[in-house]
Design a protein around this ligand. Structure first.
Ligand SMILES: C[S@@+](CC[C@H](N)C(=O)[O-])C[C@H]1O[C@@H](n2cnc3c(N)ncnc32)[C@H](O)[C@@H]1O
Length: 385
C-alpha cells in the first residue's frame, strides 16, 4: 500500500490515480493525500503526485505520540545499519512545528549514535520538506537516503510511510525550458499537466493521438511513458515545432518513440488507425490577462465551442468503442472566481461520447488554473460510445 502526497490541485492528482489504478484501489486519506492499494503503483509515471511512500505503519495520535513511535521503531530497525543514513522527516496534517519535527530527528539521531550508526538529518524549515529538497537529497531512492512521510488523516488516523521518491523537478524543468521550440501564444502546457492528461486517458500501450499538438508537450510526455505518438495541427509551423521537440527528446532522453505527424484541421482530418487513446489541449481561444467583456466572451466561447464540437463530431466515427479521451477545453474565470463553461460540456453525449464519471472526484473539480489566470483548462474525460 502506498500514500501519495498530491500536488497543488489535489483533485487532479486523485483523478489521475483513479484512472490508472481503478476507483476501488484508491481512496482519499486527507484532503491532500491519497492511499493506493495496487501492485501496479508506479510513482515515476505520475504528474499529479509530488511524493509517494510505502505505508509501513498505521496508528492514531497527535504528533508527540506518533513521533515517539517513530523514534522507537527506527532506533531499533537501524541499530545495525551499515553506512551513513541521510534522513528527512515530513509531517502532513499535524498541528506541530518545524522545530518539533526536527526534534524527532535529533532524538533518533542521538539513539543511533549510541549504537555507532551515523545519521545526517535534513533540516526542516517547514513541517514537511519541499519536494525540491527531497528530490535534491535523493530521498527515497536508496536504503541510505530515507524520507519518513507521516500523514494525519481526516479522522485522526495517522500513517508512517517510507518515501519511494519525490517528483523530479529538475527533469520536469529541463523538459519545459530546454526543448528547442516554445511558443507563448499557443500556450505553455506544463509537462506535469501533460503527463496527467496522458494518464487520464489510460491505455496499457499503443498510440496516443494529439490532434491539436502545438509544440508537442503532451506527445513528449506520452513518448516518455512508452507510447507511440501521433500529432496533427492546423498550422504547419506547429507540426515542425513538435517534430523538432521530439527530435530533441530522442537525442537527450534516450527514447525512440514511433512518431507520426501531419498538418490537418481537426474538424475534418481523417487519422490513420490505430488510435488507442486521444489526449489533447484543444484550441483555447486567445489568452486574456483580465476577464473579457461579455461581448468578447460570447464571441471567443462560440468560436472555441464550434471548433471543439466539430472536432469531436469528426473523430467519433473514427474511434473504436471504448477509446478513452482526455480533452482540455477552455473555461473562463470572472473576477469573482466563477467559471463560464463551453456549451458542449453538457452535450458530449450527442457527439458520440460518454462522459467518464469518477468516484472520488467531481467533474467540476477537473479544472486546472493558477490564481492569476482567466482561461482555465477544463479536463473532459470521455469514452467513445
Ligand atoms: C492550446 S494550443 C495546444 C498547445 C500544445 N498543447 C503545446 O504543447 O504546445 C492549440 C493548438 O491547436 C491548433 N489549432 C487551432 N485550431 C485547430 C484546428 N481546427 N485543427 C487543428 N489544430 C488547431 C493551434 O495551431 C494550436 O497549436
Amino acid at each position: 500500500m502506498h500514500i501519495a502526497i498530491l500536488g497543488r490541485q489535489p483533485a487532479l492528482g486523485m483523478a489521475e490515480l483513479e484512472q490508472l489504478y481503478g476507483s476501488r484501489a484508491v481512496r482519499w486519506f486527507s484532503d491532500t493525500t491519497a492511499i493506493i492499494d495496487s501492485p501496479a503503483f508506479d510513482f515515476e509515471r505520475l504528474g499529479g503526485t509530488q511524493k509517494a511512500g510505502r505505508v509501513v505503519s498505521e496508528l492514531r495520535g497527535d504528533w508527540r505520540q506518533v513521533s515517539m513511535k517513530l523514534v522507537s521503531a527506527y532506533a531499533q530497525a537501524w541499530a545495525d545499519h551499515e553506512g551513513k543514513i541521510t534522513l528527512g522527516i515530513s509531517a502532513y496534517g499535524f498541528k506541530t512545528t518545524p522545530r518539533d519535527v526536527q526534534k524527532t530527528g535529533i532524538i533518533l539521531k542521538g539513539k543511533l549514535k549510541e549504537r555507532g550508526v551515523s545519521l545526517r538529518l535534513i533540516p526542516n524549515t517547514d513541517i514537511a520538506l519541499s519536494s525540491a529538497t527531497s528530490h535534491h537529497n535523493k530521498l527515497g531512492l536508496s536504503d541510505n537516503h530515507v524520507e519518513l512521510i507521516v500523514v494525519r488523516g481526516a479522522n485522526g488516523a495517522a500513517i508512517i510511510a517510507e518515501s519511494v521518491g519525490a517528483q523530479n523537478i529538475t527533469a520536469l524543468a529541463a523538459r519545459d525550458q530546454g526543448r528547442p521550440k516554445r511558443d507563448a501564444f499557443v500556450g505553455m502546457l506544463p509537462p506535469k499537466l501533460a503527463r496527467m492528461m496522458v494518464n487520464l486517458a489510460p491505455v496499457k500501450a499503443g498510440r496516443i493521438l494529439d490532434p491539436f499538438c502545438g509544440t508537442g508537450v503532451l506527445l513528449q510526455e506520452a513518448a516518455l511513458l512508452g507510447y507511440d505518438v501521433y500529432g496533427t495541427d492546423l498550422v504547419p509551423k506547429m507540426v515542425q515545432f513538435t517534430q523538432a521537440n521530439l527530435n530533441w527528446l530522442t537525442d537527450t532522453h534516450h527514447v525512440t518513440p514511433n512518431v507520426t505527424l501531419d498538418t490537418g484541421d481537426a474538424m475534418t482530418y481523417q487519422w490513420q488507425a490505430p488510435v488507442n487513446a486521444v489526449s489533447c489541449e484543444a484550441y483555447l481561444g486567445q489568452p486574456f490577462s483580465a476577464p473579457p467583456s461579455p461581448g468578447k466572451l460570447t464571441e471567443v466561447r462560440g468560436n472555441c465551442n464550434h471548433i471543439i464540437s466539430e472536432f469531436l463530431r469528426n473523430i467519433a466515427p473514427q474511434l473504436a468503442p471504448g477509446t478513452p479521451l482526455c480533452v482540455a477545453v477552455p473555461a473562463w474565470r470572472d473576477s469573482a472566481g466563477r467559471f463560464t463553461h463551453l456549451p458542449l460540456v453538457d452535450s458530449v453525449g450527442s457527439l458520440g461520447f460518454n462522459r467518464t464519471t469518477l468516484r472520488h472526484v467531481r467533474d467540476d473539480q477537473l479544472l486546472y488554473y493558477r490564481e492569476d489566470q482567466v482561461v482555465a483548462r477544463e479536463l473532459l474525460l470521455l469514452t467513445k460510445c
